[in-house]
Design a protein around this ligand. Structure first.
Ligand code: FE2
Ligand code: FE2
Length: 269
């Protein structure tokens, strides 16, 4: 079993072209600064703010992303459906119906370290066909003896559900990171059992909008209760993520650090 400590860079929901340019623009600097063993990115909003396409997934993998996780917008773009079944390193929530395309866990190996990644959807305010907590247990059972570290992306709305998942998996996985709200929380820490945790990593995209949408359009919709066409904001792009330092002990973390990085557009065309 590999004992070399590894580092995981996890990046929150990439929103639209602006989010992709932010990620691709900042990734070389982040690699230089932190030398991550693994890069895992939530891509559920990477195509025009909703869903992901094969071309975009290919682009992220070509940039060195090891695993793409998704969430409630997984199937928004129909062209991704076949890709989800043919590519191991892109995940949809594991607790979706078994009949839905794609899969919810994978294992990647870098520098002799095996990382299992599990994508789960919350059951509160989100439409997941099966329960997240027993599925988390089943996924860990499935990964036993095949991994040195495990990262869980819990794509969920309610902070209570996320905090509970952190405690449920404490001491059994390397990290539980929350996604979906697009707003980063300040509660990142290593739990007593050794699991790195944060309720929400935030998004990689325009901080100048309303969780990714042009703010005037979101406000008009809320103020008038009329149908408004939403576009992705281009204002004030930031990369939001976390850096997890794995412990030499399997499935444990030594540290979790929050990364909130503005992008001025200078580092890529
Ligand atoms: Fe999202
Ligand atoms: Fe989401």
């Amino acid at each position: 079993m590999a004992e070399a400590p590894a580092t995981i860079l996890f990046v929150g929901d990439v929103v639209g072209g602006i989010g992709r340019r932010t990620l691709l623009g900042l990734l070389p600097t982040l690699r230089e600064r932190h030398d991550p063993t693994f890069v895992v990115v939530n891509g559920e909003n990477s195509a025009g703010g909703l869903g992901i396409t094969p071309k975009i997934a290919d682009e992220l993998f070509a940039a060195g992303v090891d695993v793409i996780t998704l969430g409630n917008h997984t199937y928004h773009r129909r062209e991704i459906i076949r890709y989800l079944d043919t590519h191991r390193e892109i995940l949809r929530p594991a607790n979706y119906l078994r009949s839905q395309p794609g899969h919810g866990t994978c294992v990647v190996e870098r520098d002799g370290v095996r990382l299992g990644v599990v994508n789960l959807s919350g059951n509160v305010f989100l439409n997941a066909g099966r329960a997240a907590f027993p599925e988390a247990d089943a996924a860990l059972h499935d990964l036993r003896d095949r991994v040195d570290h495990v990262l869980v992306d819990f794509h969920a709305e309610a902070t209570s559900e996320k905090v509970a998942m952190g405690w449920h998996l404490d001491g059994r996985v390397t990290a539980v990171v929350g996604t979906h709200t697009h707003v980063p929380t300040a509660d990142f820490r290593v739990l007593p059992g050794g699991t790195a945790y944060i309720s929400d990593v935030g998004m990689t995209g325009p901080r100048g909008g309303v969780i990714g949408v042009v703010k005037e359009q979101a406000i008009r919709s809320l103020a008038t209760h009329m149908s408004v066409r939403f576009e992705t904001s281009q204002e004030d792009p930031w990369l939001m993520g976390v850096l997890i330092r794995c412990s030499p002990q399997p499935r444990r973390a030594d540290a979790i650090e929050q990364l909130l990085v503005p992008w001025d557009g200078a580092e890529a065309g």
